[in-house]
Ligand binder design. Structure first.
Ligand code: KE4
Length: 429
């Protein structure tokens, strides 16, 4: 029986201090029940909780830990940066170096603005797209999450291709009315939206590889329609690569699909696990950002010396020693192993995967959009999640997330995970 007594004590204390005892809702285990585990440290592919339990980590801080916990290059860079001071609120060379690395790695990007989170990146990108086009409407897709931006915390209205309604208290109808929700992978729906509102649409934002409804990939037809339709109507195409950027390839999803978006938002890996995001894109658009242009954007800690040091170390390592072939080998083994184990146990499932981001859906599939993802057996997922926790494997605490493998996972760790899952599946029927 897993001893979680210290976690329970600290979580009870946390709940008296912070809403729900967490600083991000995703960590609260709301989707799987029970109480979150409180951790003390990470090392390579391992997380250690405050009760001394050890887990193979497949969340990786929700994506950033592609090089594992305590990556030596990143730790050394952060320690060196701290010894030079933690924040200046003034330009530094490190910001030039990180911006240059981003431009070098991400083909469509000509100019960058560093911020402090993925949310800040998408919020700013939306504002820039509206300022650049002089238009109001933004299209997003059901099942896509772009951070807690008011204008993107919106659900579909009464019918598809209608203007949105708030999906959180505190988001005003006035904000939501300029956001339209379409169906992911639905070309006709996208074309309807542009037929109706074309010259009022400032931007289309999407996860080019979804992680926030579980891992869902776009069809080539959908991607081509996104690029051609936004181009035809003068709308800005924004690839939100906060999760898939630098994860599925050094150049992100756009490099795999060969599609050049007008803007790209980044987070997670780009900051090496420190608070850093970026919005970036064509110079013609980015030149509209203050003080070069008139679209306001600012941030006290943007381009922070410690965060940029971590980001530089991360992207330099990914560029000089790309882990992607190793990650693909590990991920393919896990993919096949989980599929075989679930099939042997008679568990209805399907797996979507791109490189080292993957989701096992408790649904026969295919899962291509939110409507199909929402049909998953989330009760079964919760039992799977806790069964693995009790076997020392820490998977994302929601059916509607992607798991991530790090370069520090080994073939043995993958086999250990498959064996644990096989035991859990056997008890799930
Ligand atoms: P942050 O503000 O959390 O750094 O990034 C927001 C964001 C933007 N775009 C995409 C595609 C994202 O996946 C995210 C954040 N992802 C979630 C995990 N699904 C972060 C976990 C959390 O909120 O604690």
């Amino acid at each position: 029986m897993l001893n979680l007594s210290n976690s329970k004590r600290e979580y009870a204390r946390a709940k008296t201090l912070m809403p729900g005892g967490v600083n991000s809702a995703a960590r609260a285990f709301g989707a799987v029940g029970g109480e979150p585990i409180v951790f003390e440290r990470g090392d390579g592919p391992w997380l250690f909780d405050i009760d001394g339990n050890r887990y193979l980590d497949y969340i990786g801080s929700w994506g950033p830990m592609i090089l594992g916990h305590q990556c030596p290059e990143i730790s050394a860079a952060v320690h060196a940066a701290v010894d030079r001071g933690t924040s200046f609120g003034a330009p530094t060379v490190a910001e030039n170096e990180l911006a240059e690395l981003i431009v070098d790695c991400v083909g469509s990007v000509e100019m960058v603005r560093l911020v402090n989170s993925g949310t800040e990146a998408t919020m700013s990108a939306i504002r820039v797209a509206r300022g650049y086009t002089g238009r109001d409407i933004v299209i997003k897709f059901a099942g896509n999450y772009h951070g807690h931006v008011d204008s993107l915390l919106v659900s579909a209205g009464s019918a598809a291709a209608t203007l949105g309604v708030p999906n959180s208290p505190g988001v005003t109808a006035g904000t939501a009315q300029d956001t339209m929700i379409c169906r992911y992978n639905d070309v006709q729906n996208l074309e309807e939206a542009f037929a109706t509102h074309g010259d009022k649409i400032a931007a289309v934002i999407l996860e080019p590889i979804c992680g926030n409804m579980g891992c869902v990939t776009p069809s080539a037809e959908f991607l081509n329609a996104l690029r051609s339709t936004t181009h035809k109507h003068g709308a800005v195409l924004i690839f939100d690569e906060v999760m898939c950027g630098f994860r599925v390839a050094l150049g992100g999803a756009q490099s795999i699909f060969g599609i050049d978006p007008d803007m790209t938002t980044m987070g997670k890996i780009v900051g090496g696990g420190l608070p850093l995001g970026a919005f970036a894109g064509k110079k013609e658009i980015m030149q509209h950002v203050l003080p070069a242009g008139k679209v306001f954007q600012a941030g006290t800690l943007s381009g922070n010396p410690i965060a940029t040091a971590a980001g530089i170390a991360m992207l330099t390592s990914l560029r000089e020693n790309p882990p992607y072939e190793h990650l693909e080998t590990l991920a393919a083994k896990l993919h096949t192993g989980l599929a075989n184990a679930a099939t042997s146990a008679g568990i209805e499932h399907c797996i979507n995967r791109v490189g080292s981001m993957m989701t096992l859906f408790f649904h026969p599939g295919p899962v291509t959009d939110w409507d199909s993802a929402a049909k998953c057996d989330t009760e079964k997922f919760s039992k799977y999640f806790w069964g693995l926790i009790h076997r020392g494997v820490y998977m994302p605490c929601s059916q509607f997330e992607a798991l991530f493998i790090s370069a520090t996972h080994t073939d043995q760790h993958i086999q250990q995970t498959i064996d644990a899952a096989a035991e859990v599946f056997a008890g799930l029927k």
